[in-house]
Design a protein around this ligand. Structure first.
Ligand code: HEM
Length: 159
């Protein structure tokens, strides 16, 4: 402290340790994981989501057991629904809910057999798709954690 600088009563003078990283600034009420999830879309951009989900469905198309769960002959509309859902979930535009309403994903999956086998197949194709498009490690970890938990939450058939 300078010789002539008077301390303000009750306020301890702190050493300035450099700028607060902007990454720490987040809207009130969000914890850090939620804030990270909400910024993924802006970090990756739309094309990564398009490519990720396209790669995922190329895997699904070749998987006879998983493919049998998809009711439509054309996987194109399912691809668009998953793409829009993921874009919305990871902080992008909410086009999914404008078209489909509240996701209610668990309820929407009651019509399909989600057991250990189909869960593992779903995750295997998503893992391969993520490897194909290649994501920054922190985003890869965040998304993979979400997919594993979401896929577990979708289980609806004992096997
Ligand atoms: C765990 C195994 C899973 C299986 C077997 C499965 C299967 C299916 C099937 C058969 C459909 C119908 C396709 C369509 O017409 O849209 C579907 C829809 C969908 N799934 Fe899954 N799914 C699984 C996990 C997940 C996970 C983990 C997510 C999200 C992270 C997800 C997100 C969606 C979405 C967004 C839709 C479209 C919902 C709609 O708006 O109708 N699914 N899923």
């Amino acid at each position: 402290m300078e010789m002539n600088e008077k301390p303000t009563p009750g306020v301890e003078k702190r050493e300035f340790k450099g700028a607060i990283p902007l990454g720490n600034v987040r809207p009130a009420g969000l914890n850090s994981t939620e804030a990270m999830v909400g910024s993924v879309y802006h970090q990756l951009g739309e094309k990564k989501f398009v490519d990720l989900v396209a790669a995922f469905y190329r895997g699904v198309a070749k998987d006879e057991i998983l493919r049998a769960e998809y009711p439509e002959e054309d996987l194109g509309p399912a691809e668009i629904r998953l793409r829009l859902f993921l874009i919305q979930y990871f902080g992008g535009p909410s086009t999914y809910s404008e078209h489909r309403g509240h996701p209610r994903l668990r309820a929407r999956h009651f019509a399909f057999t989600v057991n250990r086998d189909t869960r593992e197949r779903w995750l295997k194709h998503m893992r391969a798709a993520m490897d194909e498009v290649s994501l920054p490690p922190a985003i890869d970890a965040l998304m993979w954690d979400y997919f594993e938990r979401a896929a577990t939450a979708m289980l609806n058939t004992a096997d």
